[in-house]
Design a protein around this ligand. Structure first.
Ligand code: ZN
Length: 279
C-alpha cells in the first residue's frame, strides 16, 4: 500500500500527502477550531487546509530557488508536523545553500503579510469567522518563518548560519557551532516546557526533536568530512533515514539525496557581489 497520495503537481514537482496526515487532519482541524473559539469543525478544517497549503508553499519556495541553482526536486511530502522537499544535486557553494534555505521563510513571511491584509479586508466586509480563520493563518505563517530562522539545525536558519560561517571556519566547525546553538535552544525549550508554568507536551516534543536533529546533522557532516565523499548527502536536517536515503524531519525543512555542483546562472555575478557584501 502506498504510504502517500499525490494531490497535485507544481513547478513540475509532485506534491504528496503522507497517509498519517489524513489520519491526523480531523484532530488538527478540531484543535484549530478550539483555538478559533468555534464549535463548528468547518473553520478548523479550512484552517488546517490553509496551514498545509502554507507549508507546501514554504517548501515550494525552497524548491524554486533550488531548481534555479541547478538542483532537482523529486517531490514535496506533507506530513502531520510539516513538509519535506526531497532534493537531488545540491549546490556545493555555501551561498547557494543559504539562498535555498532563506527562500522558505521568505515565502512564509510574505504569506503572513498577505493573510494579514486579507483578514482585515474580509473582516471589514463583515465575514467575521472567515476573517478570524485567515488571521490565525497569518499568525501561523509568521511563527513558521521566525521558528525556521532560528540559527540552528534542523531549521533553515541553521543552514544559513552554516553557509555564513563555512568560509571562515570550514564546513565541519560551522556545522558544529550551528548544532551547538540548536542543542542549547532545545534545552531552553525543554526546561521551559517542563518548568515554565503549565507543562507543555508539544513544546517538549519539539525540544527533543531539535536536540536530536541538531546532533545528527553534526554527526552526518563529520562522517561526510571524514570520507570526503557523500554517499547519499546529508544536507537535509538529519535522521531518521529510510533505507533509500529519504529523511523524515519536522518542523521539516528540506532534504537532499545526492549532491553535485550546480551550473552557474546569469544572475550569479550579482549574487556573488551581494553575498560578499552581506558576509
Ligand atoms: Zn524551510
Amino acid at each position: 500500500m502506498a504510504s502517500s497520495t499525490k494531490i497535485g503537481t507544481v513547478l513540475g514537482i509532485p506534491i504528496r500527502v503522507h497517509i498519517t496526515l489524513w489520519i491526523f487532519l480531523p484532530l488538527i482541524a478540531s484543535h484549530i477550531s478550539s483555538v478559533l473559539g468555534f464549535t463548528s469543525l468547518f473553520w478548523g478544517l479550512l484552517g488546517a487546509i490553509g496551514l498545509f497549503t502554507s507549508v507546501a508553499l514554504h517548501e515550494l519556495g525552497h524548491s524554486y530557488v533550488a531548481i534555479r541553482k541547478g538542483c532537482s526536486v523529486r517531490e514535496i511530502l506533507l506530513v502531520p508536523f510539516g513538509g519535506i522537499a526531497k532534493m537531488q544535486h545540491l549546490p556545493s557553494r555555501p551561498r547557494d545553500e543559504a539562498l535555498i534555505a532563506a527562500a522558505g521563510p521568505a515565502v512564509s513571511l510574505m504569506l503572513a503579510l498577505v493573510f494579514h491584509l486579507l483578514s482585515r479586508f474580509i473582516g471589514a466586509a463583515g465575514l467575521y469567522a472567515l476573517a478570524v480563520t485567515i488571521y490565525v493563518l497569518s499568525a501561523i505563517n509568521l511563527m513558521l518563518a521566525l521558528f525556521n530562522l532560528l540559527p540552528s539545525f534542523p531549521m533553515d536558519g541553521g543552514r544559513i548560519f552554516r553557509a555564513w560561517m563555512t568560509p571562515k571556519l570550514g564546513r565541519l566547525e560551522a556545522t558544529r557551532r550551528a548544532a551547538k546553538i540548536g542543542q542549547t535552544i532545545a534545552i531552553v525549550f525543554g526546561v521551559w516546557a517542563v518548568f515554565g508554568g503549565r507543562f507543555n507536551l508539544s513544546l517538549l516534543a519539539i525540544a527533543i526533536f531539535i536536540y536530536m536533529a541538531a546532533g545528527s546533522e553534526y554527526r552526518a557532516v563529520q562522517l561526510q568530512e571524514s570520507f570526503k565523499y557523500r554517499p547519499f548527502g546529508v544536507w537535509g536536517g538529519g535522521v531518521p533515514r529510510e533505507p533509500e536515503g529519504n529523511v523524515i524531519v519536522g518542523p521539516a525543512p528540506y532534504e537532499q539525496t545526492s549532491s553535485a555542483s550546480s551550473p552557474r546562472n546569469d544572475d550569479d555575478d550579482l549574487f556573488d557581489e551581494l553575498w560578499r557584501r552581506w558576509r
